[in-house]
Ligand binder design. Structure first.
Ligand code: HEM
Ligand code: HEM
Length: 178
């Protein structure tokens, strides 16, 4: 029977839904960032993909906080690996979590100190400032670079799962989250 909670040999249904649901949403988020970077202004596809970037980014931040809380709740029952690769996996997952929080948080803090204000799903969260606050602008300037670093870490994570675990070691690690 499918368990909701994690166990040492398999992630439970809730963790798997978080993992694959958020993976699909991250694909959309990186598609919007790539269009913003690669396509010229006044381009219809760029505008369409960019239209959801901020709302989806905040949604991803809320989801990662819930997912992290669920992960901590299940910490003693999660699948783990020993040895050097076990440490590498833990460090990789911790890095993913840190960037999944820091990347959107920096831009939200930047918007809180900006002159345009900030809304989420049409509801105003921060009013517009009369003058931009310099330090919030400085830290939000790191958003794009750290966003691309997150994309690179995600690619490394997918490579490790598919190439190392599935094709080289054939150790069934992919199965425990599939
Ligand atoms: C996990 C969530 C997020 C990811 C992965 C992400 C990723 C990125 C990336 C990679 C870029 C660079 C695009 C380029 O090079 O042109 C970017 C730009 C941008 N993002 Fe996000 N973003 C996220 C959340 C947010 C949120 C929550 C907001 C708004 C509050 C936001 C607003 C912006 C803006 C205004 C830009 C263009 C200016 C800049 O590069 O700083 N993003 N984002
Ligand atoms: C095709 C895409 C992906 C594949 C094949 C994949 C594969 C896997 C596998 C096999 C595990 C289990 C690792 C273990 O038990 O040691 C895992 C866990 C994990 N993955 Fe992915 N992954 C993908 C996309 C993503 C994305 C886009 C993110 C985040 C942006 C992500 C973040 C994580 C995290 C944080 C864990 C640790 C478990 C948790 O806390 O949920 N993955 N992934």
């Amino acid at each position: 029977m499918t368990s909701l909670t994690d166990s040492p040999d398999r992630y439970g249904l809730v963790s798997r839904l978080f993992h694959w649901g958020m993976a699909a949403l991250f694909a959309l988020q990186f598609a919007s960032a790539a269009a913003h970077w690669a396509l010229p202004r006044e381009n219809t596809l760029r505008d369409a993909l960019w239209s959801y970037h901020a709302d989806l980014g905040v949604t991803l931040l809320l989801l990662v906080l819930l997912r992290g809380a669920w992960g901590l709740w299940n910490l003693r029952n999660r699948p783990t690996e020993t040895g050097l690769m076990g440490y590498a996996a833990k460090a990789g997952h911790a890095g993913l979590y840190a960037l999944m929080v820091i990347v959107p948080a920096l831009k939200i803090i930047g918007s809180a100190g900006g002159t345009r204000g900030f809304s989420y799903l049409g509801l105003q969260v921060f009013p517009a400032q009369d003058a931009a606050i310099a330090w919030t602008k400085t830290i939000s300037d790191w958003h794009g670079t750290l966003g691309w670093i997150l994309a690179a870490v995600v690619l490394g994570h997918i490579g490790a799962a598919i190439v190392w675990h599935q094709l080289v070691k054939r150790d069934g690690v992919l199965k425990r989250i599939a």
